[in-house]
Design a protein around this ligand. Structure first.
Ligand code: NAD
Length: 518
């Protein structure tokens, strides 16, 4: 299919397989897709108490497109995690006493530096998680926007003076930071998931220990470098990168240490449950941004062009690997055939598979081969139950997947029962609004949902009835720092971004002033 264009990496593999005569050309290709080791923001040690720290061993970070090692990073263990928690606790004692204005100014400096270094950071993101460079640049802008937003919100943490029921009393509700927050993040938005949490935490007066995903420690360490340059005090922002092997023991420290007051996690629902259980023993506060299974509903009255545009935007960002990606397409019978045809045309016209650093790539690899195998399994299950493959359907080399369009999908198929996290569009036909809502709400998760309709009454009904935390009405892209991000059901606890995001890092203290004389 035309969506699968010149794959630079395919050529590379062919050359590598063809033996010594092609070695020079292969080496040139490898250089072409190599991360420059002198990349200005490339840091490979942990960052604890304002110092770069090595661990006893190091773990490799791989480019998911080529499988090449791009860096070796200090493999922090429980000892480094404990040092980071202790440093954060010590730093909290002074950070909580800084003024809101002081915290705001530092966050703003960090924001400015992120924008100044956007190309350098974007390159690291592309090499460690595979996404096309222009998406990585978009991620850096999105990531920076949380530092800007929370630098502003830091100065608006108001308490309340509440009318008292007795004449001799005054009631004050004061907001105070909760303390040290452990922050555990996924690989798909390795910079934005950190600043969305850390921006709120630091603005509130909390200090943090970040454990980035094993696949993507480089963006987190680059953020630490910029935090240091911005003048964020030692111990306020700590990063403990670690391998998959060390993750459980580091996670245990971060979720059980009595000096940690709060955990904030973004990742799968299964991992979120493990972390919540660990945090229960010391009754830590918890924010959880977990898995989604977003419905994308197209009603007969929809504007077809807009619906197709929204479907492309909400499905194929990061090759389908975002928690708010549309995962189940429900299309009403009157518009079904036209929608499927037009979506197929848009996929042919707009999608280009390749290495993320190629300028025309829109679809990078999936994060690893296991992720690609999951998509293949969903496709073969659907086909075995009668679904038709209209586009794609196959895994390419490594973890590259063809963007895939499936028609005649039913709710019995695996792809409509679980999150895909890949470039697969399964389209289900429905007849009535009630039927669409019943299918959409049957999931035990509820993060984002999208629908297209031009019937005003239907718009209100459906927007209210969808069991999700975020609704796109005739819109396929929702995320912005001004709005609340989060889900219902098993998609998580709490909200990030918006004026509510900072509350996740604040306690309300009630002060009762008694015995006052009039
Ligand atoms: P994951 O749960 O496998 O990993 C996320 C993070 O948890 C990683 O840093 C990993 O190292 C860490 N982790 C795993 N086990 C741990 C343990 N025992 N202790 C401490 N840390 C541990 O998820 P993933 O594959 O990286 O991300 C994909 C999932 O994340 C999808 O389900 C997606 O929907 C979800 N997600 C949700 C949001 C959101 O905002 N709701 C955003 C992005 C991704």
């Amino acid at each position: 299919m035309s969506a699968v264009c010149a794959l630079g990496t395919r050529r590379l593999l062919r050359q590598l397989r063809s033996g010594p005569p092609a070695a020079a050309a292969a080496a040139a290709m490898l250089r072409r897709y190599s991360l420059d080791v002198s990349a200005p923001l490339l840091r490979t040690q942990g960052y604890v108490d304002g110092r770069w720290v090595s661990a006893a061993s190091a773990f490799p970070v791989l480019d998911p497109a080529t499988g090449q090692e791009i860096a070796r990073v200090s493999d922090c263990g429980p000892a480094e995690a404990k040092q980071a928690v202790d440093a954060a606790y010590t730093a909290f004692q002074s950070w909580k006493r800084s003024t809101a204005k002081e915290r705001s100014v530092l966050l703003r400096k960090w924001f400015d530096l992120l924008l100044l270094h956007k190309e350098d950071l974007a390159k690291l993101i592309t090499f460690e998680c595979g996404k096309p460079l222009r998406e990585s640049l978009g991620e850096v802008a999105y990531s920076a926007s949380f530092l800007e937003w929370f630098s502003e919100e830091a100065r608006r943490v108001y308490g309340d003076l509440v009318p008292a029921p007795a004449k001799d009393r005054k009631i004050l509700l004061l907001k105070q930071p909760v303390g040290v927050a452990s922050i555990i993040t996924p690989w798909n938005f390795p910079s934005a998931m950190i600043t969305r949490k850390v921006g709120a935490a630091l603005a509130a007066g909390c200090t943090v220990v970040v454990k980035p995903a094993e696949d993507t420690p480089l963006s987190a360490l680059a953020l630490a470098e910029l935090a240091e340059q911005a003048g964020i005090p030692a111990g306020v922002f700590n990063v403990v990168p670690c391998s998959r092997e060390k993750t459980p023991s580091v996670g245990e420290v971060l979720c059980t240490d009595p000096l940690v007051a709060k955990i904030s996690f973004t990742g799968s629902t299964a991992t979120g449950k493990v972390l919540l259980k660990m945090a229960a023993d010391t009754v830590k506060k918890a924010s959880m941004e977990l898995g989604g299974h977003a419905p994308f509903i197209v009603f007969d009255s929809a504007d077809l062009d807009k619906a197709v545009g929204g479907a492309m935007a909400s499905k194929f960002r990061n090759s389908g690997q975002t928690c708010v990606c549309s995962n189940r397409f429900l299309v009403q019978s009157g518009i079904y055939d036209r929608f499927v045809e037009r979506l197929g045309q848009a996929m042919d016209a707009e999608l280009r598979v390749g290495h993320g650093s190629e300028p025309d790539t829109t679809q990078g690899p999936l994060i690893n081969t296991k992720a690609a195998e999951k998509v293949v399994q969903q496709i073969s299950d659907a086909v075995s139950q009668g679904a038709k493959v209209l586009k794609g359907g196959k895994r390419l080399h490594g973890s590259f997947m063809e963007p895939t369009l499936l028609a005649d999908v039913t709710t019995d198929m695996l792809c409509t029962k679980e999150e895909t996290f890949g470039p697969l569009v399964p389209v289900i036909r429905f007849n009535t609004e009630e039927e669409a809502l019943a299918v959409a709400n049957a999931a035990n998760v509820g993060l984002a949902g999208y629908f297209y309709s031009q019937d005003v009454s239907q718009i209100w009904r459906v927007a209210e009835e969808l069991e999700v935390g975020m609704v796109g009405v005739n819109e396929g892209l929702l995320s912005t720092p001004e709005a609340s991000f989060g889900g219902v059901k098993q998609s998580g606890l709490g909200r990030e971004g918006s004026k509510y995001g900072i509350d996740e890092y604040l306690e309300v203290k009630y002060m009762c002033f008694g015995g006052l004389k009039a």
